[in-house]
Design a protein around this ligand. Sequence first.
Ligand code: NAD
Length: 360
Amino acid sequence: MPLTRRDFAKLGALGLAARLAPSLNAQTGERKTGYAVIGLGRIAGHFMGGIRNTTNSQVTALVSGHRDKAERIADQYGVPHSSIYSYEDFERIAENKAVDAVYVALPNSMHAEYTIRAAKAGKHVLCEKPMSTSVAEADAMIAACKAASVKLMIAYRCHYEPTNLKAVQLIREGAIGQVQAIESAFGFNIAAGEWRLNRKLAGGGPLFDVGIYSLNACRYLTGEEPEHISAFASVIDHDGRFKEVEENVAWTMKFPSGIVASCNTTYGAPMNGFFRVHGSKGTLEGAPAFNYDGLHLIGDFGGTHLDESNPARDPYQFQAQAEHFSHCVQNGLDPKTPGEEGLRDMQYITQIYRSAGISI
Ligand code: NAD
């Protein structure tokens, strides 16, 4: 029998409600989607902050190798200590009815394992980008979620972000005419010692990590899939950081309409993420386009000068992304960025690496 709000109030007084189910959405009276967060690092912090601002989602469990850290975070988010799991006893999460979905915020090479384990435990999966470190892993993740009848969404937050969405809308409406060319880049100067420099954990270098934003943006801005790709990669700084992964990648993509895109990514320079779209009637530029906040859209087309800043502050993108996935879970809908979207990027990353002469 479904529990009423009053039942929950009683259980809450006994301290049991959180272990049984997430609280209710104050606006709709519906049960919130409960998330287990796997990996309590930097991005998980943004995500949990975003969840706190939603009306339809709640953090209900944590998975971590560091019990002290997990207990501290559990207290901040009202997660009972009985809902903290280690990586080893993760499968016990299947019995936790307060967990509807997991959010995988681990190093890239662990995404496939935890997505598949979560699916087998009957939980929906919101997995960070890049989806995986290979096409074969991405295929296996999609298959595992299908077999378990759970949803899989890749955390492409820009698909839920108003500045990026407005750029897509303007392009589709023809505001800048026929798109001819796109430039995009994203990179940063990486510190030594990061797991991102370990090929086994990261899968590759900046292309997997931040170049993927440019790759994905060229696809959503054009609404097309690239049919030809060529690339170069290089290492300039022989200071020990780039023994396992590349430092720079530059690649070009030709789309079926003839649109050509040129992209760069690096771990050797502070390269503020942007896109610039050149159309027959003018230009549209997102700069920055991929940051957590402070996004800015500038345009000059058909006599219009557009200059818009998005005032929303971090973690609004993580809120929007979680709200979307929870809405899909609650209403049996397919997410806008399913596993197949992540798989396509993995296929293009593979082609870029092959063209650049990097084995993958
Ligand atoms: P991080 O290093 O801050 O956190 C990683 C977490 O994984 C830590 O809690 C760490 O303890 C845990 N972990 C478990 N096993 C580990 C191992 N063997 N080695 C290292 N850490 C291990 O990393 P992050 O920046 O939060 O990145 C996590 C994932 O999120 C990556 O896939 C990354 O690409 C993605 N990410 C997405 C965004 C975004 O905007 N969507 C931004 C940053 C990172």
